[in-house]
Write a protein that binds this ligand. Structure first.
Ligand code: TXA
Ligand code: MG
Length: 341
């Protein structure tokens, strides 16, 4: 079932939300827009429903799902407690792109938490997500609505492409806003720890919660012309075509492109408008002028380059500040090489 929410009257929208909500109550899986990326939702308290998500996505069972709720009161019903700084973050940044990892009270089915004693909970701000959560009054487990390993979907078309034959419905609410997933923070200790950079930046969290730590596993390594470790568990968001991140003097970029073209390679580039606009290459994708635009356009761009059209994608490296941290985290996971010129 496909509901094109943005083309409907208020009344039709409400009816669609109710239909989608009924499917969730029946243990079916439904894709819906959030302010970050599209999610693939199931009733988080229904083990069989949750298993359908893992099957549809081809997701490894040991990767826990984020549970989506309508408000902080519903969040309370899923966890044992939270530290005081979570209250401050709730006031400042919810509803919004931030996920709290908290001690679970086991209301959600074990598949959701992959057997961990914590659960990741988030309160999305997208109006369609919010209406759906309010209508169904269920905690909704929802990973990004893509086949595992592919870039996350920022439009209903991406969801359709990956999952149309595997799910009960898609609520199409247009393009998502942020374009990258929520920030995941471990809130089980005295100091919050960022496990995944995302829509709410480290700087924003620091401002409200004081000290913040970043999971050391997140550091971006510059492997200088060396292929990244074959540890495929770190490959995510993969484009069809190999992606290289290129840092350093951008005036050297064109000469690198000529070199690749002389080897017979067709080259695609992506980057800020000013960086890529004048390059002589087979394909250019402009990501915008601001880092917010880069974040919003990144996953769509990774899906655009097709095998057979280009042989390699080059993307410029961005400063790791603000939303740039999340952008570089996703780019690094998508890339097979990181090169400095
Ligand atoms: O923006 C988002 O968060 C999107 C939208 C749909 O809400 N969802 C999303 O879900 O990105 P997913 O499944 O693609 O990513 C969930 C991330 C994974 O990295 C997972 O390991 C982590 O959250 N996670 C979930 N529960 C966790 C827990 N209890 N402890 C540690 N990490 C957890
Ligand atoms: Mg995902």
């Amino acid at each position: 079932k496909y509901w094109n929410i943005s083309k409907m009257t208020k009344r039709e929208q409400q009816e669609s939300i109710i239909e989608a909500s009924q499917l969730l109550h029946q243990g079916e899986i439904v894709a819906f827009p959030t302010e970050t990326v599209y999610g693939l939702g199931a009733n988080a308290t229904n083990e069989q429903a949750v298993q359908k998500i893992f099957q549809a996505k081809g997701r490894p069972q040991d990767n826990p799902l984020i549970v989506h709720v309508a408000d902080a009161l519903q969040m309370e019903s899923l966890v044992r407690y939270w530290p005081a700084y979570v209250d401050k973050l709730l006031v400042a940044y919810t509803p919004g792109p931030i996920t709290f990892v908290l001690p679970s009270n086991d209301v959600c089915s074990p598949a959701v938490t992959a057997g961990l004693d914590t659960v990741g909970v988030r309160i999305p701000s997208h109006p369609v997500a919010h209406q759906l959560l309010s209508a169904c009054q269920l905690p909704i487990a929802a990973p990004s609505a893509n086949i595992s390993g592919r870039p996350s979907p920022t439009s209903a078309r991406h969801v359709w492409h990956d999952l149309s034959d595997k799910i009960a419905g898609i609520l199409d609410g247009g393009a998502t806003g942020v374009g990258l997933e929520s920030t995941v923070i471990d809130c089980t200790q005295d100091i919050p720890v960022i496990l995944r950079p995302g829509g709410i930046t480290k700087e924003q969290i620091e401002k409200v919660a004081g000290a913040v730590m970043v999971d050391p596993g997140l550091a971006v390594k510059n492997e200088n012309e060396q292929p990244k470790s074959p540890g495929m568990k770190y490959r995510h968001y993969s484009p069809e075509v190999p992606l290289w991140i290129v840092s350093g003097a951008s005036e050297n970029l064109q000469s690198m492109i000529y070199r690749l073209q002389m080897e017979g390679k067709r080259v695609g580039v992506m980057g800020k408008d000013g960086t890529v606009e004048r390059l002589q290459v087979e394909a250019i994708i402009k990501l915008g002028n601001t880092m917010e635009q880069v974040a919003a356009n990144l996953y769509g761009a990774l899906r655009t380059f097709k095998l057979g059209e280009v042989d390699i994608i080059l993307c410029e490296s961005f400063p790791e500040q603000g939303i740039g941290q999340a952008v570089m985290n996703r780019l690094t996971k998508a890339a097979s090489r990181i090169i400095s010129l």
